[in-house]
Design a protein around this ligand. Structure first.
Ligand SMILES: Cc1cc2nc3c(=O)[nH]c(=O)nc-3n(C[C@H](O)[C@H](O)[C@H](O)COP(=O)(O)O)c2cc1C
Ligand code: SF4
Length: 714
């Protein structure tokens, strides 16, 4: 193996006879970018082609229906159930091969999770009717009002029917998998991954919780795995000994003691190896009736969540193991070196930056755009939309974006050094234009500095954007207000305004009391950018600490603030947060982690607007677990000395004793700067939060769209 950082991850590897240029794999992600009829079109081809250009060794397609449309989970899902899907797939494999990557098709039958069968009025294929648990939570329990309204416009599911498979049905599915594998081979794929995890048809047979059959496909593990083994053997027979065939299995089902457990998974892996598979992809599943667990299995929140299971399975078999689940490249490199697993499957990291492998190879890890684990991508899929990435506006839109360098460079001024402003400046710079970035305060980051305090992954994005700006040709002018005079003097082709939201204190009775902070007060206090008014409620010691932190530059570092505030914070024990959207809930997380007793009050009927569904499911479960009280549908909030009063969802008067109140609402569009510059005759384009709150994704997407629009002509 070659020496150097990431040398193990970058070393070639083999799955069966399939030779890969490195150990990095795009793990299967059903991103809903195929055409409506399941064929390959420009969108999904360009998406995978970009991944191939990015240097990954192998790309595994998203779930590809072997019986499509039967068993389909998503709209715009790939299909391989008939020969007519081969030409499109061939164009995709050719595009990927042209950049040196290999391509495998994930063979899939959705079974009990086949959402599209439900919408089409088809029964769900299963081993036996699934158990009913009255404790089960539904996704819609975590929906915000806009999602509930969206749901009302979707086709209704009249009834849920189950098709308990007969032995003939089982044999039909076995033939469908085999035929699909053979079609994949004819379409130029280099291998197939048989999906036997995540609650889909094959795993529902393995799972004792779902499989109550009494025939040779139910009962002991050998029987429950029979269906999968028949599929593996039939696929092997269809494609021959030299074509790579492997199986994705669940190592366990979190939150379901009667579901799949690791010892079963170890035996399953051994039987799959004996049946002729070339590798095992180790994943996991969860009790879907527990909303928090949707980010506690195959798309985990905790780093390296599935690695212990992958290592256990690796020790029990002799074929390679593909591991995944929020694994950092450094960790993967060391684990591969230690023989803990063989290949790293990455999902979200490669949505955020498909060029991650190339950047590691080129020794430039600092240029990798980081995933912020916001769950936008997967929440889109839950909501039956196509996937997008919050930090990478190009992902899934590769076929629309142009990266042509400008024939004649122009001068642009970007106003506002938050995430949107930095992104726009970087994009213009990359296209060869001359860019001046004006920032009113003494550092870049804008609201992202605040977002980085409660949620560490956001800090990585902040550091990435700052680092890229520092390495670019963008001229940054800090402590500079974008007056018409300053901007006009630069004679820009256009001015891109991303000055961020305006925060005003909502008219809450008692909001002027000294123990009430606005969002701006918190912002200035935490980032060490105080003004005399904002810190009026703080005791002398707190004022001093804020000033010292700022003077030493310490409050410029979110990690420092996160650490220091664990030891001391100028806030009392009992805190009421008024506003239960993203900002209020992330702040609540920050405060409960620092031992505060927190109550969150929200006027809307649902909390968590601005958090993406899958992350919201987690936050709404975790906050009460950590002692926070969440109140939706509240009315008549009044703040009095030492107490906050309101009417709860059922109209009762409630009083909460309080030391400090934080008002985490009142942010809105802020057109002032754009209007002033426009009035001076400049060509002004506003985007991001100053146009209306869109959070990190809105800022970055707004920047990409605007730069695209301004530079399309060259
Ligand atoms: C948007 C999205 C779609 C996914 N779809 C699939 C799928 O079709 N088949 C599958 O086996 N896993 C699917 N997964 C799970 C991934 O294969 C993988 O287990 C997970 O993303 C963990 O890797 P990561 O932490 O690097 O993202 C999906 C994940 C994401 C984020
Ligand atoms: S949408 Fe969020 S979680 Fe998904 S890849 Fe992008 S940054 Fe990561």
């Amino acid at each position: 193996m070659s020496q150097g950082r990431f040398s193990h991850l970058l070393s070639p590897g083999r799955i069966g006879k399939l030779q890969l240029r490195n150990r990095m794999i795009v793990t299967s992600m059903g991103v809903s970018l195929a055409e409506e009829d399941g064929t390959v079109g420009d969108c999904i081809r360009a998406y995978h082609e970009e991944q191939a250009k990015g240097g990954v060794g192998l790309i595994i397609s998203g779930a590809c229906g072997v019986a499509w449309p039967v068993g389909a989970v998503q709209r715009n899902q790939l299909a391989i159930s008939e020969d007519r899907f081969i030409p499109g797939l061939r164009s995709l494999t050719d595009a990927v091969h042209a950049h040196g990557a290999k391509f495998a098709v994930q063979l899939h039958q959705g079974g009990l999770v086949a959402g599209l069968d439900l919408y089409a009025g088809r029964p769900l294929w299963c081993p036996s009717p699934p158990p009913y648990d009255p404790q089960d939570q539904q996704y819609t329990d975590a929906f915000v009002e806009s999602e509930l309204a969206g749901l009302a416009k979707k086709p209704k599911i009249d009834k849920v029917e189950f098709k308990v498979l007969t032995k003939d049905d089982i044999q039909l599915v076995v033939r469908q998998f085999a035929a699909a594998a053979e079609r994949s081979q004819r379409a130029g794929a280099d291998g197939v991954e048989i999906h036997s995890g995540h609650g889909y048809l094959l795993s529902s047979f393995i799972n004792p919780r779902n499989n109550r059959r009494t025939d040779e496909y139910g009962g002991p593990l050998e029987n429950r795995v029979r269906f999968l083994l028949e599929v593996v053997r039939a696929v092997r027979a269809a494609v021959g000994p030299d074509f790579a065939v492997w199986v994705k299995i669940d190592s366990q089902q979190f939150g379901a003691p009667d579901g799949i457990q690791l010892p079963f998974a170890v035996q399953t892996a051994q039987m799959v190896e004996a049946a002729g598979a070339d590798a095992i992809t180790v994943s996991s599943y969860h009790n879907v009736g527990r909303l928090k667990l949707h980010s506690e299995s195959n798309i985990p929140h905790a780093p390296g969540w599935n690695l212990p299971a992958a290592e256990t399975i690796k020790r029990a078999i002799s074929i390679p193991v593909i591991a995944s689940g929020r694994v950092e490249p450094e960790v993967a490199d060391a684990k591969i070196a230690a023989g803990a697993f063989d290949f790293l499957g990455m999902g979200r990291k490669l949505l955020a930056d498909p060029h991650l492998p190339r950047k590691l190879r080129d020794g430039k890890p600092e240029t990798i755009r980081p995933c912020i684990y916001c769950y936008t991508c997967v929440s889109c899929i839950y909501l039956q939309d196509s996937a997008r990435c919050a930090v990478n506006p190009d992902t899934a839109f590769e076929y629309l974006r142009s990266t042509k360098t400008a024939a004649s460079p122009k001068r642009y001024v970007v106003v506002g050094g938050g995430p949107g402003g930095m992104e726009a400046a970087l994009r213009l710079d990359a296209l060869g234009h001359k860019v001046t970035l004006l920032e009113r305060t003494n550092r870049l980051g804008g609201t992202l500095q605040i977002a980085a305090l409660p949620y560490e992954p956001n800090e990585r994005l902040l550091e990435f954007l700052r680092g890229r700006i520092a390495a670019s040709k963008v001229e940054v002018r800090l402590n500079t207000s974008a007056t018409a005079e300053v901007v006009s003097a630069l004679k820009p082709e256009a001015v891109l305004v991303a000055t961020g939201a305006k925060r005003s204190m909502p008219p809450i009775p008692g909001a002027g009391l000294p123990n009430v902070f606005s969002g701006d007060d918190m912002r200035r206090m935490m980032t060490g950018q105080p003004d005399p008014d904002s810190v009026k409620a703080l005791p002398l010691l707190a004022r001093l600490a804020t000033k010292v932190g700022a003077a030493l530059g310490l409050t410029a570092h979110p990690a420092f603030v996160r650490g220091a505030t664990r030891r001391w914070m100028p806030l009392g024990q009992r805190i009421v947060i008024i506003g239960g959207e993203l900002v209020g809930l992330e702040l609540a997380e920050f405060l409960v982690e620092r031992g505060r007793t927190v109550t969150v009050l929200e006027e809307a009927s649902r909390l968590g607007y601005g958090l993406q569904l899958v992350r919201r499911m987690r936050v709404l479960a975790e906050l009460p677990e950590h002692g926070a009280t969440l109140c939706a549908s509240v009315k008549d909030v009044r703040i009095e000395p030492g107490v906050v009063r309101f009417r709860n969802a059922v109209g009762q008067e409630v009083a909460v004793d309080v030391d400090h109140v934080i008002v985490a609402k009142g942010a809105g569009a802020n057109p002032t700067t754009a209007e002033e510059l426009r009035a001076a005759g400049l060509n002004v384009h506003a985007f991001g939060d100053c146009q209306g709150i869109g959070y990190i994704e809105g800022a970055l997407r707004g920047a990409a769209d605007l730069v695209n629009e301004l530079t399309r002509a060259g």
